[in-house]
Design a protein around this ligand. Structure first.
Ligand code: MG
Length: 397
């Protein structure tokens, strides 16, 4: 089998008045970079890469640099091709856009390999520990024209948080870091009261604090029974991570902005986190996720993948989540205590909800792991066309 063509698709959906904000930026649109890899025997694979920035540079890396390492090669060798792509871009890659581009292609190669073998990707990766996984809702961003006015926000925030519990979620992750610490603590207090004691609550700072502020914040919110505190400080600040982790009883999570085995070797190896959160569309794809997982297991660090993107990203994350052992083993695993969970973004995103012919949904706070060959998903071409912003293709000459 040979790779004959690689297509890149930049998809965009403008959000208009539905735009929302994290501590770092506004989200005026949702976008995704998808890649479709074609083979000479008719099997195609889908991948997605790059979750945080613009999709165009990721597409350009694939078209202008990575494609030449792939065209004519057998797509059923994703691990070998990963090394070839990484070594071919090491001098100017290593982190960021190039690894996101490798991630997209790598996921597509695993989709092809699974389809060719007639097996789901989770089996190709060594076997699923579970056929469904607990999902946590991600929501409670800063919303509306008065998003900086926390007093006006509190009633809306309470309604939003309660809606996730009503939808069946037993776990919720919410955002802080944009406002004065005292105001963000009011948000947490409001959310905890809205969801009651039975729903688990996690907090994501999106690296908006320095270590001193993060420790202050963490100690003040300990009383609200917080399951983990995510990205308290910037990803480069390993000392800051350790300082925060040693000064609060709340488990520390992070890793969505970390790349490859080399990044996680330092991040996890230096004791920055209790829960590692590689994003398969960012960290290097499924090939590299397997290596990151092994590294985390060697440190007894629970892996809970970060997820942000279209239905393709969600399917890839589910395959990855399926193969994470309970950490440590227990006869009665509990999500995010010793078992993984799937992040289930609840912000508006038609690329997640409309793109797949059979959208991935949660039921009672759980999501099923796809069990059809490959990633187990098919895309609706009309939806692809509807949100298409840019399309390029590179052929075997
Ligand atoms: Mg996060």
């Amino acid at each position: 089998m040979k790779i004959t063509k690689i297509e890149t698709f930049v998809l965009k959906v403008a959000l208009g008045k539905e735009r929302f904000y994290s501590s770092q930026c506004a989200f005026p649109e949702r976008n995704s970079l998808l890649v479709r890899v074609h083979t000479d025997d008719g099997i195609c694979g889908w991948g997605e890469g790059g979750q945080y920035g613009p999709a165009e540079p990721v597409a350009a890396c694939i078209e202008h640099v990575l494609a030449r390492h792939l065209l004519g090669e057998d797509p059923r060798d994703p691990v070998m091709l990963w090394e070839r792509m990484y070594c071919g871009t090491r001098d100017f890659g290593q982190k960021g856009t190039y690894i996101e581009a490798i991630s997209a292609v790598d996921i597509a190669l695993w989709d092809i390999a699974g389809k060719a073998a007639g097996m789901p990707v989770s089996r190709m990766l060594g076997g699923a520990f579970r056929d469904k996984v607990a999902a946590y809702a991600t929501g409670c961003y800063y919303r509306g024209e008065d998003y900086l006015d926390f007093r006006k926000q509190l009633p809306k925030l309470a309604d939003e948080a309660a809606s996730y519990a009503r939808d069946g979620f037993k776990m919720l992750k919410v955002k802080v870091g944009l406002l004065d610490v005292r105001e963000d603590i009011e948000r947490i207090k409001t959310i905890r009261e809205a969801i009651g004691e039975d729903t688990r609550l996690f907090i994501d700072c999106n690296h908006s604090y320095n270590a001193a502020t993060a420790v202050d914040f963490a100690r003040r919110v300990e009383q609200y029974d917080i399951g983990f505190l995510e990205e308290p400080v910037v990803p480069e600040d390993h000392d800051g991570y350790r300082r925060v982790r040693s000064r609060t009883s709340i488990p520390i999570a992070g890793g969505e902005c970390e790349y490859t085995r080399y990044g996680f070797r330092d991040f996890v190896g230096k004791g920055c986190v209790d829960i590692a959160q590689p994003d398969v569309c960012v960290c290097g794809g499924l090939s590299e996720f397997s290596k990151i997982l092994a590294l985390c297991l060697a440190h007894n660090t629970l892996v809970v993948p970060h997820v942000w993107g279209s239905g393709v990203a969600l399917a890839a994350a589910l395959a990855a989540t399926a193969v994470i052992p309970n950490t440590p083993h227990t006869a009665n695993p509990v999500a995010l205590q010793n078992a993984p969970a799937i992040e289930f973004d609840r912000n508006i995103n038609p690329l997640r909800d409309e793109l797949l012919t059979e959208p991935i949904r949660q039921k009672g706070g759980f999501v099923e792991i796809p069990n059809k060959p490959g990633l187990g998903v098919e895309l609706d071409e009309s939806v692809l066309k509807k949100y298409l912003h840019r399309h390029e293709e590179v052929h075997l000459s």
